[in-house]
Design a protein around this ligand. Structure first.
Ligand code: AHR
Length: 326
């Protein structure tokens, strides 16, 4: 180090230290030391469906493979519990926190508390409100699918394959969550741009099977001429199929059902003709999540968004792909 660069470095380090002591926010993600092993937190949002279970299994398998200690929590569908879970991880002195934030705004305090405690956060699958917390400043990066694109892909399939059907019931995911917001945006924009369709009702089913069934039942009664159901996830799509069958309608014939997630049960429903098409939302996070963390510890620059690849299933490939679905 030359004299000038050393002096510059010392001045900068002193300034950062003074800001931290004064409690002024620093626009920098906490560093992660290079170590042989780590204590890693994974704050899961809930475990009520195959997608969540596949994600958790992938994270646990990778931690075990690497010999890292995993502190795992399940918020059981409560954003308040998830904030408490992250605070508990901070108290336990984890090195890094993987967070799947249930909703975009309520998890901001958890992200900020980890940053204040000097623990880097990596967001998995769901994001937080970008006006309140930023990748590369408040958390390291977001790893997950492009939810807007998922909604757009299913809409584009519908535009080509509707065969005269046009009246859509939309079953939204958890209100305030990034997949619900973005899957709606991608789908609704593409449908409006195509023209000739009408979204007759759009209501949350909270990403849950029974809630999806109940909401579909009520909306089918209110809109008996609806001939398309777009569900933001497989669980609600399976609930909608139960509602259709209870109403004496044939899914796939009277009403086209569209879904997102691509778990085995839904891909089997495509094979059976009950779901018309499903965009996969890839839940296999483990390898990429831990690889990103290790790259960060080595001092590599990490992109603010790392996008997962998603497959697409319809009658043309569902039978052949069934064995590969999670
Ligand atoms: O964030 C991803 C979504 O959350 C999945 O589509 C859904 O099934 C899960 O609960």
């Amino acid at each position: 180090m030359t004299m000038i660069s050393r002096r510059t470095f010392m001045l900068a380090a002193t300034a950062v230290g003074a800001l931290a002591v004064a409690g002024v926010a620093i626009a920098e993600v906490p560093k992660l030391a290079q170590k042989d092993t780590y204590k890693v937190g994974f704050a899961q949002t809930e475990s009520n469906n195959p997608w969540r279970i596949a994600q958790t299994n992938s994270m646990k398998a990778e931690a075990e493979k690497l010999g890292f200690q995993l502190v795992y929590t399940d918020a059981a569908g409560s954003a308040a519990k998830q904030v408490a879970d992250v605070n508990s991880m901070i108290a336990q002195g984890v090195d890094v926190i993987f967070l799947a934030p249930r909703e975009e705004k309520p998890l901001i305090p958890a992200v900020m508390a980890a940053k204040k405690a000097g623990i880097p956060v990596i967001l998995l699958d769901r994001s937080v409100d970008p006006s309140l917390a930023k990748a590369g400043e408040d958390y390291l990066t977001f790893i997950g699918s492009n939810f807007v694109e998922e909604g757009r892909r299913i809409a584009e399939w519908l535009v080509k394959n509707a065969n005269g059907k046009s009246k859509i019931i939309e079953l939204e995911g958890t209100t305030g969550s990034s997949p619900a917001n973005d899957r709606k945006k991608g789908f609704d924009e593409a449908i409006q741009a195509a023209g000739g369709f009408e979204i007759v009702a759009s209501q949350t089913g909270d990403f849950a099977r029974d809630k999806g069934r109940q909401v579909a039942e009520a909306l089918l009664q209110a809109h008996p001429d609806a001939d398309i159901i777009y569900a933001h996830n497989d669980e609600m799509a399976m609930g909608a199929i139960a509602a259709l069958e209870a109403a004496g309608k044939v899914p796939g014939k009277d009403v086209l059902v569209l879904s997102i997630d691509g778990g085995k049960e839904a891909v089997q429903a495509v094979v059976d003709g009950k779901i018309a098409a499903v965009v996969e939302c890839n839940p296999r996070f483990g390898p990429k999540a831990f690889e990103t963390m290790i790259r960060y510890a080595k001092g590599e620059a990490i992109d603010p968004i790392l996008v997962n690849e998603d497959k697409f299933y319809d009658a043309s490939n569902a039978a052949a792909e069934l064995a590969n679905a999670y």
